[in-house]
Every structure is written in structure tokens, then in C-alpha cells.
Design a binder for this molecule. Structure first.
Ligand code: PMP
Length: 309
């Protein structure tokens, strides 16, 4: 069992608290009812030795959008959270790794109505390599369509990166792993391809890159970055619903997300995708993505927030 690698401190409501002391009460509302919103952000070490957070402004904005959807008021400004993230990276001397801000309804009243329970915020950072494994980035992963549908858009708020939404993801992930696969492919309630448990999906057929529209999915920042990169490279990119059988006959497919980066899919439901390895378009986009996040392409420097340690 791989454990999260401890850092020194966690930012907790404005203070840097030692990692082991960043605790909450067992009657924390969010623990019972799932009302919390979070982000997953990555910082990379650049070729010139500096460090940079990828699309930090957009991640902080999405945190606040998620909170708005859940009618949670984060008692800090976006700028304060932005600065706190950088401060936490610096305080922990983390040149490269993962950043997890989380705002949640704290302890106070019990029962579903959150009343005026405090909204608390933490920012944790830790070193984190390839989410699905280094080999996955190169060789691709095996995927199975989940027996669990992705949320109906009027049941859960899919544009919010809300803690409670992830019960659905955990169920799907556990099922896929128990059945010997790396990741679950989730369909929406109408049966169209939606996303994975923590990634968006792209497929490539006859040179056209296709990704699912923003209906039942999280509006992924990696998805958005890859659409921009692909279009800038001259590829045709469409946002269009597709079915699992369209995916079965794709030339290439890949998942993307802050944690998963660009992970090729080599098999879906025991059908080999393309040649069963990372396809040329996938490899090209993966390479360009890594160049952008690591400051190797000046055209995307505006996506980076560099910080000194
Ligand atoms: N969908 C879901 C359900 C996710 O949890 C994530 C990860 N945040 C994504 C898509 C990808 O989003 P991003 O590229 O912003 O990390």
C-alpha cells in the first residue's frame, strides 16, 4: 500500500500547521454528508531549474466556482488562496508535486442542513509521480466500462469538483481494479461516454480528435489545455457525444487530467484500441503537454506560475 508522502506543513484556515496536527472533529459536517470542494493541481520543475504551477489561476477559479454551485462561502479571496498555495509549496520546499486545496463544511450543527457551520479550507502539498504509474504513460492502460453510470446532471452537480461526487468514482474505480483493469470508463445515464473516475477522455479517428461535450463531465483544465494545444498544432478537434462502440473502433484513445496527465488507453472491454500501444497523435499531444507544463514551450508560458524556493 503506497502512502502519501508527508510534507512538513498543511495550510489550514490561514496558518501553516504541522502535517500531523492538521486534524478535524469527527462531527465535521462534510465527513457525514460530503459537502466539500477540492482541486488537484500540479507543479513541475522546469528545464531551467525553476519551478512552476500549471494553470494555477484556473484551478483557483474552479475551486470558487465549485463552492458557488454548492452554496458554500469560502471566507478567503481567490487571491488569498492563490498566494497560500504558493506559500505552502515554498514552506515545504516542494519543487515538483501535487497540490490539494479543499474547502469543506466544518463541525457545528448536525443534520443535512449545513446552517451556519464554518467553511474550512486546507491546502496540502506532496510529491506525487505518475498517477496511473510511469509505465501507463508510455504503454497505455486497460479500461473497462463501469456498471456504474456517471451522475445525472440533476442528481449531482457535475461542474463542481465536489467531494460527495467521488463516491461514484470510488465505486467505479474499485470495480475496475477488482476486475483486473486499470481504470473505469463511465457512461452517462443516456449511455454515451462521459469520463473516467478522475479523468476526461479523448478519442482519435481518421485524424480527427474527439472529446465529450461539457454535459455530464467535469470541465477539466487538462482537457481544455489539450484542445488548445491540438488546435494550435493544426489538428481538428470536436466536442461531440460518442458511444462505447465508437470508442472500440477508434484509432487511438487517451485519458487526461492533472493527476493522470496524458495516459494512453490500449484496451477497452477487451478490444484492443488501434495497435494496442500509444498512438502517434496521443504521443504527440503527450509530448507537447509535458513541454508546456515544464516551461519548454514559450507559447504557453502564460499557463505557468513560477515560484522560487
Ligand atoms: N473528471 C473528473 C471526474 C476529475 O476528477 C478530474 C480531475 N480533476 C478530471 C475530469 C480532469 O480535470 P483536470 O484536468 O482539471 O484535472
Amino acid at each position: 500500500m503506497s502512502m502519501v508522502q508527508k510534507s512538513e506543513t498543511i495550510w489550514f484556515d490561514g496558518k501553516q500547521v504541522p502535517w500531523d496536527e492538521a486534524n478535524v472533529h469527527v462531527l465535521t459536517h462534510a465527513l457525514h454528508y460530503g459537502v466539500g470542494v477540492f482541486e488537484g493541481i500540479r507543479a513541475y520543475r522546469c528545464a531551467d531549474g525553476s519551478s512552476a504551477v500549471f494553470r494555477l489561476r484556473e484551478h483557483v477559479q474552479r475551486l470558487f466556482s465549485s463552492a458557488k454551485i454548492l452554496r458554500m462561502e469560502i471566507p478567503f479571496t481567490e487571491d488569498a488562496i492563490f498566494d497560500a498555495i504558493v506559500e505552502t509549496l515554498q514552506r515545504n520546499r516542494l519543487a515538483e508535486g501535487y497540490i490539494r486545496p479543499l474547502s469543506f463544511v466544518g463541525a457545528g450543527a448536525m443534520g443535512v442542513y449545513p446552517g451556519d457551520n464554518p467553511v474550512q479550507t486546507i491546502i496540502a502539498v506532496w510529491p506525487w509521480g505518475a498517477y496511473l504509474g510511469a509505465e501507463a504513460l508510455e504503454k497505455g492502460i486497460r479500461v473497462k466500462t463501469s456498471s456504474f453510470a456517471r451522475h445525472h446532471v440533476n442528481a449531482m452537480m457535475t461542474k463542481a469538483k465536489a467531494s460527495g461526487n467521488y463516491v461514484n468514482s470510488v465505486l467505479a474505480k474499485m470495480e475496475a481494479k477488482a476486475d483486473g483493469y486499470d481504470e473505469a470508463l463511465m457512461l452517462d445515464v443516456s449511455g454515451f461516454v462521459s469520463e473516467a473516475t478522475g479523468e476526461n477522455i479523448f478519442m482519435v479517428r481518421n485524424g480527427v480528435i474527439k472529446t465529450t461535450p461539457l454535459t455530464s463531465i467535469l470541465d477539466g483544465i487538462t482537457r481544455n489545455s489539450l484542445m488548445t494545444l491540438a488546435r494550435d498544432l493544426g489538428y481538428e478537434v470536436v466536442e461531440q457525444q460518442f458511444t462505447r462502440d465508437e470508442l472500440y473502433v477508434a484509432d487511438e484513445a487517451f485519458f487526461c487530467g492533472t493527476a493522470a496527465e496524458v495516459t494512453p488507453i490500449r484496451e477497452v472491454d477487451r478490444r484492443v484500441i488501434g495497435k494496442g500501444s500509444a498512438g502517434p497523435v496521443t504521443k504527440h499531444l503527450q509530448q507537447e503537454y509535458f513541454k508546456a507544463v515544464k516551461g519548454d514551450n514559450p507559447s504557453y508560458d502564460h499557463w505557468l506560475h513560477r515560484y522560487a524556493l
